[in-house]
Design a protein around this ligand. Structure first.
Ligand code: MGD
Ligand code: MGD
Ligand code: SF4
Ligand code: MO
Length: 761
């Protein structure tokens, strides 16, 4: 590689066109979009046809992106908390000095392990968290978490047991599946795979294919389904147990496949002896004939893909449900085949940095740390204690745990008990309002950004987005924030970087060699790779492009991890991959897999699936014989946090973005509404063991009697026209408790919260 090839003129993106390429940041699919701007506003948004995964597709929410970019509550200066709890603006130099001193004090007095790191990215931004690793290292922080540890860690743990490593993460191949099953997942609203609505409609209208939905609610997806198992909420373990029993009992398993690829079928078969299909279907509230028909349809299919999501992961028996779901596709021979479930490549890791499946434990509660992530529901108890190893400081970056973790009241108490806390965000969030200092980040359209939601198979795509606007005055992109903090903490010096600056001026081969040497010769730099790239490779990428530098390092590791798949996508090495990604402007297909690769990615000793997970078979054997207990005090089951077309986590804080459902109505069946004496739009009180809230009711025949639901992401404070903060809707976690959680992964039971609902007097 010569110097000229490193010049910005050859590798930097073309100047802004009338329509600029970027991505939607409102869900994990990150559809490619093109936007038109006027001044600092995003005025028009359309699907980007050049994006290899979304190919022009968007849902209605992408049109609302300006509500994020130009929200009234965006931060424009660092904020410091006063003794009375209010905040005062401070300049960046003061903030950096004081934050570094605050963190150093906790580190020096109690050790870096007492500084807990949370977040690192939301639905559209994971680059900042990459640079944040350096800050973690500089303060010696070893415990971290993010939102995955309140939804997906149970599933990761099961993957680890079945396939050998928690990073053996599987993904559906909906495009090629003959039968698509959605278990506690409503992709019509929540997406989760590219072009979801198009694919759902394709499957629904094709008589050769089938759509199966397991959901207590007749969701928009269930409305399209060939089979809808409308389970009672919280009874999936019984439903899945019955399905598995039928498959085994009626010999619908793929015996030849299992003999070749799995161990433990006899033990699994024996464990299913307890299942009385008729009785278990009755517990789940579903018609036995329909369950049998579903078992037969799955078994008869050439290929089945199953998508499990929050409806089971955030419900009782969360981890067990994930296990039973995976058994269903494995025993029917749908793992490692076209149209089935496969282990995908990834551009970079989403986890907390650890590889473990629970061998590490949290310092106070002794809870499993799965894929490096402390369970979200354990955070308060790791702080609110006099245990010597408790967390005493917290760094929160692009996360809103006071709103999103179970039991907001406990999270606020926990933050108040900390000696020091820092929030890095674009807005004055519920969590920011609890922090010692708040640092304002440039928005995702004001800096280089990317997500690591690279979960597709057989073709996987990655998009590096370039800035559309200059950073809002007073804000900084995360790499610059972390650089200033790490430098103030003495993480590395100018002298450390001198050889790399020199090598960068010579060319990329020279740089790569110098980079490897630097890590060997100066081991402390190994903790700061992203920032070192930002500071030394960044300037060579051209002014304003420094934030993209960490991606060069990730492209190298991606190539090393998946050389054949990346080569099949047309890239001879990590540099070639980086060049294509950097040139953009749209996403790049970075890996192309062959179906058999799933077996190579397994990490069990003999390469076979291990069907027996002792801990979960024990839980299965002890399922209450009569089904979940009733609770007379709290007769309703509340889904606290449903995805609707009016929800987008807490990314859009300005309530005017919503077209409807401004109040965030409680949905309820006509039977229940009659019972408590309310009609559509009436006020209701929702009460749980943890809290009480008021809203209006929306009566709908899509819900079963006894099941009510509230939207996610509501209850945010936002300044109204007069600048006065007002809360909009119910914040679901004011109603949830941090001890309602899975015993193994600690995933919260948000979908099965016991509640009482009454008409508002
Ligand atoms: N519009 C929109 N889309 C989003 C998001 C958003 O905020 N808004 N958030 C994104 C994020 S972070 C995530 S993780 C995904 C989540 O995506 P989903 O998991 O699809 O979202 P939910 O609506 O929370 O739950 C899915 C379904 O679970 C059902 N359910 C409730 N209780 C049970 C039960 O006991 N058993 C079963 N089988 N099902 C049950 C609900 O009725 C619901 O239809 O969505 C992503 N996409
Ligand atoms: N009861 C209940 N609770 C739930 C759920 C539920 O269904 N029910 N869903 C859960 C799920 S699945 C998830 S994923 C979580 C999501 O909850 P969180 O992970 O807490 O995050 P988000 O609401 O996605 O918001 C991320 C934060 O990033 C900030 N942000 C946006 N852009 C930037 C940026 O460029 N830089 C920085 N530094 N910050 C930025 C936003 O302002 C916001 O504060 O909520 C969970 N909580
Ligand atoms: S599917 Fe997700 S990423 Fe795509 S436009 Fe809708 S909210 Fe945005
Ligand atoms: Mo999520």
């Amino acid at each position: 590689m010569t110097q000229t090839e490193l010049e910005p003129t050859t590798t930097a993106p073309a100047p802004p066109a009338e329509w600029q390429s970027t991505a939607c940041i409102l869900c994990s699919i990150n559809c490619g979009v093109e936007v038109k701007t006027e001044g600092r506003r995003i005025t028009r948004v359309r699907g980007d046809k050049a994006h290899p995964a979304s190919t022009g597709y968007t849902c209605e929410k992408a049109l609302r992106l300006d509500h994020y970019q130009n929200a009234r509550d965006r931060l424009t200066t660092p904020m410091r908390r006063r003794a009375d709890g209010s905040y005062e603006p401070v300049d960046w130099d003061t903030a950096v000095t004081e934050v570094a001193a605050g963190l150093a004090k906790v580190r020096d007095e109690h050790g870096g392990a007492s500084i807990f790191y949370y977040g690192g990215g939301g639905q559209g931004n994971h680059l900042g968290g990459g640079y944040g690793r350096s800050l973690r290292a500089a303060v010696g922080s070893v415990y971290s978490s993010n939102a995955l540890a309140q939804e997906k860690t149970g599933e990761f743990w099961v993957d680890g047991q079945l396939f050998g490593r928690p990073r053996c993460h599987t993904t559906p191949d909906m495009e090629h599946a003959e039968v698509a099953v959605f278990l506690g997942k409503n992709p019509w609203q929540s997406h989760g795979f590219p072009r979801a609505r198009v694919i759902l409609k394709e499957i629904a209208k094709d008589p050769e294919r089938a759509l199966i939905v397991i959901d207590p609610r007749r969701s928009e997806t269930a409305d399209l389904a060939d089979f809808h198992l409308q389970v009672r909420p919280g009874t999936d373990a019984w439903c899945l147990g019955a399905l598995l029993k039928i498959v085994i009992e009626e010999n619908l398993v793929d015996a030849a496949y299992l003999a070749e690829h799995a161990n433990g079928l006899d033990e699994l078969t024996a464990a299913l002896n307890i299942v009385d299909v008729a009785q278990w279907c009755a517990i789940a509230g579903i018609d036995e004939d329909l369950v049998r028909a579903v078992a037969h349809r799955i078994s008869a299919a050439q290929s089945v893909s199953i998508f499990e999501d929050l409806g089971i992961q955030q419900a009782v028996h969360s981890t067990l449900n994930s296990y039973l779901e995976k058994l269903l596709y494995i025993v029917t021979g749908n793992f490692g085949i076209k149209g089935g479930m496969n282990i995908h490549s990834r551009f970079a890791s989403l986890g907390g940095g650890g590889k473990g499946g629970g061998d590490r434990r949290t310092p106070v509660g002794g809870h499993r740390i799965i894929t490096g992530l402390v369970p979200g529901a354990a955070i308060p108890e790791e702080i609110l204690t006099d245990h010597p190893d408790r967390f005493r400081a917290m760094i929160v970056e692009s996360g809103n745990p006071v709103h999103s973790m179970p039991d907001s009241q406990r999270m606020r108490d926990a933050m108040a008990a900390l000696e020091f806390s820092l929030v890095i965000d674009v807005a004055m969030t519920e969590t920011a309002r609890c922090a010692s200092y708040v640092l304002p980040a440039a928005s995702q359209f004001e800096k280089w950004e990317a997500t690591f939601f690279t979960l597709e198979f057989p073709e996987n795509v990655f998009q590096l987005r370039r800035p559309i606007f200059e950073p809002l005055e007073g804000t900084l992109p995360e790499p610059e924030i972390h650089k200033r903090l790490v430098r103030a903490l003495g993480g590395y010096t100018d002298d450390d970087l001198a050889p790399l600056h020199a090598a960068a001026a010579l060319g990329r081969d020279e740089y790569a060699t110098a980079f490897l040497n630097a890590i060997v010769e100066q081991p402390h730099l190994g903790a700061h790779l992203a920032l070192v790239l930002y500071e030394t490779l960044g300037p060579v990428l051209g002014e304003g492009n420094e934030g993209a530098a960490a991606v060069w390092g990730l492209a190298q590791t991606c190539f090393l991890a998946f050389p054949e798949s990346v080569a099949r996508a047309g890239f001879a090495d990590g540099n070639a991959l980086f060049d294509a990604i950097f040139a953009g402007p749209s996403a790049v297909t970075f890996s192309v897999d062959e179906y058999g690769i799933t077996w190579d990615r397994m990490d069990t000793p003999d390469g076979k699936v291990n069907l027996v997970i002792r801990e979960l078979l024990d839980e299965f054997a002890e399922l209450p014989a009569g089904g979940p207990d009733a609770d007379d005090l709290f007769p309703f089951v509340l889904s606290a946090g449903e995805r609707r077309s009016s929800t987008a986590n807490t990314i859009l804080r300005d309530p005017t973005w919503m077209k409807s459902d401004h109040a965030g109505a409680l949905r309820m069946s006509p039977g229940d509404a009659a019972q408590i004496g309310v009609t559509d739009g009436d006020g209701v009180v929702v009460e749980t063991k943890r809290g009480r809230a008021e809203t209006v009711v929306e009566i709908t025949d899509t819900l079963r009697d006894g099941h009510v639901s509230l939207p996610n992401g509501r209850g945010l404070s936002y300044p109204d026209d007069d600048g006065v903060d007002r809360a909009h809707g119910i914040a679901p976690n004011e109603l949830t408790a941090d001890d309602d959680r899975d015993w193994l992964a600690l995933t919260p039971h948000h979908k099965t919260v016991r509640a009482r609902v009454e008409a508002l007097a």
